[in-house]
Design a binder for this molecule. Structure first.
Ligand code: PMP
Length: 434
């Protein structure tokens, strides 16, 4: 017989590595912005698998492409060519306006590939002395979980116990004036300026998310990215924008960097590149950078596989045909307006762009109100509990960390479902103080 949610969760807990702390919901079936658990309970998905299902769960055209390709050819490896990769690559370069694309599988691998590519470019084109290249990141970044990637992180949870880390990458530099290590703050152009002034001859690249996702949907001021791009140009440093979460319509434009009218030297994509139907990621760059890596120097068995490429072609076409960027822009404005209209005393901030939004829950105000009303405050109210209340009423959302709750539904979400989700958010903020 069919296993229950409780049984399935117990199986995972017992047999699978405890890497994450998930909400107790088991996805069994999904379509568009709706998800059903094994018991048949229906939920509105406000996370989209961290922005991987922008096109909606199980989009019929994407699944159609998956099935058709699966019946024909699934893997050639890069030992041979396949009949899909070239078609996909042309679509990618045409759509995003870069000379070339490097196909890979996951977001973290795209970042790892970008680090290697930037280093190779630095040694062969910029003529940085071999072995000394620096790739800079910023405070609060999230680029994935591999060793190279967490070497660039400032998050203790991602780092503690996983060292030693990769040298030559990271968000800090030593300022000789003070002799101390300085961290490059997100959104602070003066920090970038200082690091570049001191070390430009060794810096290969500057890696940044246009909007920080896991750090809590941090939107920089409009001048930040153009200023960063100008500094990179001045010092011959590659600007790498990690659009794994922000790209592909999520923020109301095809790329979040489009809001700033910049053209980074590398764009990293993943997640929604396949609409959730297969792991596909990519690095986009011009020939002047991409051809620094020669045949045999980098790759992956599954990179550019026909199944992933066929799925990705369909996923990109759905974004275009359904004009999902414009939809994200319109529904995002509606979401933020309606949430503000709730006038909840327990919302500190509503922020975001397009359908990448966060609500900051005022846990202290909620606990203070409960204390005033003589309620039990030994067990504090938290944003995590707010998410559990949302789940009970059929809305799935998760804290990025602390008291920041991300709301990022599939871009195809029906307006009525989005408004229903806002209503439930309002109800749960009231329930939180009870
Ligand atoms: N970059 C960004 C900006 C991300 O948000 C994520 C995933 N949350 C990644 C990279 C890593 O992607 P993956 O989990 O596919 O390795």
């Amino acid at each position: 017989g069919k296993l229950s949610s409780t049984q399935l969760i117990a199986l995972e807990d017992q047999h699978a590595a405890h890497n994450y702390h998930p909400l107790p919901v088991v996805f069994d079936r999904a379509l568009g912005a709706k998800v059903w658990d094994p018991e048949g309970n229906e939920y509105i998905d406000m996370l989209s698998a961290y922005s991987a299902v922008n096109q909606g769960h199980c989009h019929p055209r994407i699944i159609g492409a998956l099935i058709a390709q699966a019946q024909k050819l699934t893997l050639s490896s890069r030992a041979f060519h396949n009949s899909v990769m070239g078609v996909w690559a042309e679509k990618m370069t045409t759509l995003f306006g870069y000379d070339m694309v490097l196909p890979i599988n996951t977001g973290a691998e795209a970042v790892e590939s970008a680090i290697k590519l930037a280093r190779k470019w630095a040694y062969t084109v910029k003529r940085v002395p071999e072995g000394t290249a620096i790739v800079l990141s910023v405070e609060g970044n999230f680029h994935g979980r591999t060793v190279g990637v967490v070497s660039m992180s400032t998050d203790p949870t991602a780092r503690t116990g996983f060292g030693p880390f990769l040298p030559g990458v990271g968000p800090t530099f030593v300022d000789p004036e003070t002799g101390s290590e300085k961290v490059i703050r997100f959104g602070e152009i003066s920090d970038v300026e200082r690091a570049f002034e001191l070390y430009s001859s060794r810096i290969a690249a500057f890696l940044v998310e246009p909007i920080q996702g896991e750090a809590g949907i941090n939107v920089p001021s409009p001048g930040y990215l153009p200023a960063v791009a100008a500094l990179c140009k001045k010092h011959n440093i590659l600007l790498i924008c990690d659009e794994v979460q922000t790209g592909l319509g999520r923020t109301g434009r095809l790329l979040a960097s489009d809001h700033s009218n910049i053209r980074p030297d590398m764009i990293l994509l993943g997640k929604a590149l396949s609409g959730g139907a297969y792991p596909v990621s990519a690095v986009l760059a011009d020939k002047s950078v991409m051809l620094s890596i020669k045949p045999g120097e980098h790759g992956s068995t599954y990179g550019g596989n026909p199944l992933g490429c066929a799925v990705s072609i369909a996923a990109l076409q759905v974004l275009i045909d359904e004009d999902l960027s414009a939809r994200a822009d319109r529904l995002g404005n509606l979401f933020r307006t309606k949430v503000k209209e709730l006038n909840s005393p327990y919302i500190t901030t509503v922020r975001g762009l397009g359908l990448l939004n966060a609500i900051v829950v005022d846990e202290d105000a909620c606990n203070a109100s409960r204390a005033r009303r003589g309620l039990d405050i030994t067990r504090k109210r938290t944003a995590w509990q707010f998410c559990l209340l949302l789940k009970e009423k059929g809305v799935l959302a998760k804290t990025t960390h602390g008291n920041v709750v991300r709301f990022a539904p599939p871009l195809v979400i029906e307006e009525a479902d989005l408004l229903r989700a806002v209503q439930i958010i309002g109800e749960c903020l009231v329930d939180l103080e009870a």
